[in-house]
Design a binder for this molecule. Structure first.
Ligand code: KIV
Length: 271
């Protein structure tokens, strides 16, 4: 008899079934073993090893500087921790836009080296060849439309996208195109909630929103934001579920006080 617990793993098939029966999908980012273990044990459906690691882990202003090697490092740590959740990894800026061959090579490196389950790419029709090529190798692909942070210097601002009719129409067409290509899901970031709802109704694959309102099939947040670690980031769509900045500051201050006063370690804490 196996001593291993049998855990029913989340798959693309299950995510599709969740959409079909109207069950919302929960998704959070994680970048390291310890946090991924906690999220997975808490029952999160999907963990995204987002290129937001560039911001929250490496302290960069944008997601652009993070490398494929760095993403694979984060993804490997996360995949090792996870028993149930579906793990998706962002292909970072500069590793899929050049050609579909480059995109496939990047996706294969992520899958082979990290043990993750799928990749995510930002963009619509302009990356269609790359999406198709990655899918042709049997790698599940999630799309990402709306505010796509890898294009921040094109947008010039982090404000809501697709408010204008033309951009909204293009976004709907791109979502349909990604579905036709065979993507298993799409992230919609920071777009009007009515538009996001329309996309979720128009396409049959799961639509995961961030700043896209309640009418989609699931929600994703950056873990550090929802746990109150990144205090300075305060967009309207962000709900904080903890104030870990204060909790950690309090704990570290107490530790410093105890070390300075000689209170730590005490008689029970020594050998
Ligand atoms: O990198 C990331 O964390 C993301 C989410 C914001 C969807 O792409």
């Amino acid at each position: 008899m196996s001593i291993h617990k049998t855990v029913k793993k989340v798959t693309t098939h299950q995510l599709q079934e969740m959409k079909n029966r109207g069950e919302k999908i929960s998704m959070l980012t994680a970048y390291d073993y310890s946090m991924a273990r906690i999220l997975d044990a808490a029952g999160i459906d999907v963990i995204l090893v987002g290129d937001s690691a560039s911001n929250v882990m490496a302290g960069n202003e944008t997601t652009l500087p993070i490398t494929l090697d760095q993403m694979i490092y984060h993804a490997t740590s996360v995949a090792k921790a996870v028993e149930r959740a579906f793990v998706i990894v962002d292909i970072p800026f500069g590793y899929y836009q050049g050609s579909s061959t480059e995109a496939l090579r990047s996706a294969i490196r992520i899958m082979k080296e990290s043990g993750a389950h799928a990749v995510k790419v930002e963009g619509g029709r302009e990356i269609k060849d790359s999406v198709l090529r990655i899918l042709s190798a049997g790698v599940p692909v999630m799309g990402h439309l709306g505010l796509t942070p890898q294009s921040i210097y094109k947008f010039g601002t982090y404000t809501v996208r697709a408010r204008e009719e033309e951009e909204a129409k293009r976004l709907v067409e791109d979502a349909q195109m990604l579905e036709e290509c065979g993507c298993f899901g799409i992230v919609l970031e920071k777009i009007p909630s009515q538009l996001a709802k329309k996309v979720a109704e128009d396409v049959s694959i799961p639509i995961i929103g961030i700043g896209a309102g309640p009418g989609v099939d699931g929600q994703v947040l950056v873990m550090q934001d929802m746990l109150g670690i990144t205090k300075e980031f305060q967009p309207r769509f962000l709900r904080r579920y903890a104030d870990l900045d204060s909790t950690i500051t309090g704990a570290v201050s107490s530790y410093i006080k105890d070390v300075k006063s000689g209170d730590f370690p005490n008689d029970q804490e020594k050998y």
